[in-house]
Design a protein around this ligand. Structure first.
Ligand code: PD2
Ligand code: ZN
Length: 304
């Protein structure tokens, strides 16, 4: 069946963006309403590119705008029961800024992508903060574990050969300062973040491509979601520079972000679905070692 993209549909898409819905949440609503993903994506690309120009993310939203958008989604849906568009972490890239002033630090914007919704940032952490995180984490490192999706427990995983540890949220003034900065950056409450994770990769260590969200179909996922819902975005911060290798790769779009101390890559996945193109991995470190700090953001308050 051929699906026709009418001018009315394009107008509706633009209205959603103007109301502050992210492209991913609009896509989700369209898919639920019966639009084929490729048709929906083409329509969105065309409508939003014409309207947004170079803007990499829609403008901030408030609760009223989101409610209005949800009502419009409901009206526009062709019979199905749409999911309301909901707020998500985002970077304020409206107007294509080169830098974001976070109050205590000016973060530079190096790359912004729409799909995956991703940005490469510089100057997020100072050299001193990177060193202090490494110093504090080093004595607490253990071979990394990943969440066992069958049961919701944890397991050693051959796909992830790094050593890691978690700081508790707010556990020291350094952690508090960094967490508050990240919350301002992505417009998302500190309480919705998991504790900061630090990973150390030695030569040969890697993290094979994966999604950071929890597989909705896995039997252990409901238990994991009890503590704050799905993961919705990730910030990987680079604490040092390996000599060679160790980039963060996004195979769907052929992107590799090379670790630079104090830089970060932010990516968001508004629904737990491969259409977000957020498949990513840590390429093997070829020489030297690599240290990163990861902040995962949940839908709701993450309870420890
Ligand atoms: O260290 C990385 O580059 C990396 C790659 C993929 C980190 C993560 N995932 C993560 O912490 O989720
Ligand atoms: Zn990851």
């Amino acid at each position: 069946m051929t699906q026709t993209v009418t001018p009315e549909l394009k107008t509706w898409i633009v209205e959603q963006a103007r109301a502050g819905c992210t492209p991913e949440s609009v896509l989700q609503a369209m898919r639920r309403a019966g639009w084929e993903e490729s048709v929906a994506l083409d329509a969105m690309e065309e409508a939003l590119q014409a309207y947004l120009g170079t803007r990499a993310a829609p403008a901030p939203r408030d609760a009223a705008a989101v409610a209005a958008a949800a009502r419009t989604v409901a009206r526009a849906a062709q019979g199905g029961s749409p999911t309301p568009a909901v707020p998500r972490p985002y970077l304020d890239l409206a107007g294509a800024p080169r830098a974001l002033d976070l109050g205590d630090r000016i973060v530079t914007v190096h790359v912004a992508l729409r799909r995956p919704r991703l940005a490469v940032l510089g100057n997020l952490l100072s050299a001193e903060e990177c060193d202090a995180l490494i110093q504090a984490a080093a004595p607490r490192l253990k071979r990394s574990r990943t969440v066992q999706t069958q049961t919701g427990g944890e397991e050693l995983n051959a796909d992830r050969t790094s050593d890691g540890m978690f700081f508790r949220r707010g556990e020291s003034p350094l952690i508090q300062r960094i967490e508050a900065r990240l919350a301002r950056l992505v417009h998302w409450p500190v309480e919705n973040g998991e504790g900061l994770q630090v990973l150390r990769y030695g030569p040969g260590a890697q993290y094979k491509p994966h999604y950071d969200y929890f597989d909705p179909a896995a039997p252990g996922t409901p238990r994991i979601l009890e503590r704050g819902g799905q993961r919705v975005a990730t910030l990987v911060m680079y604490l040092n520079e390996p000599v060679r290798g160790g980039g963060t790769v996004f195979p769907d779009v052929g992107l590799e972000v090379m670790p630079q101390r104090g830089h970060a890559v932010f990516f968001a996945y508004d629904e737990p679905h491969p259409s977000t193109h957020t498949l990513h991995g840590g390429a093997p470190v070829l020489e030297g070692e690599k240290w990163v700090a990861t902040k995962w953001l949940r839908e709701r308050e993450f309870t420890v």
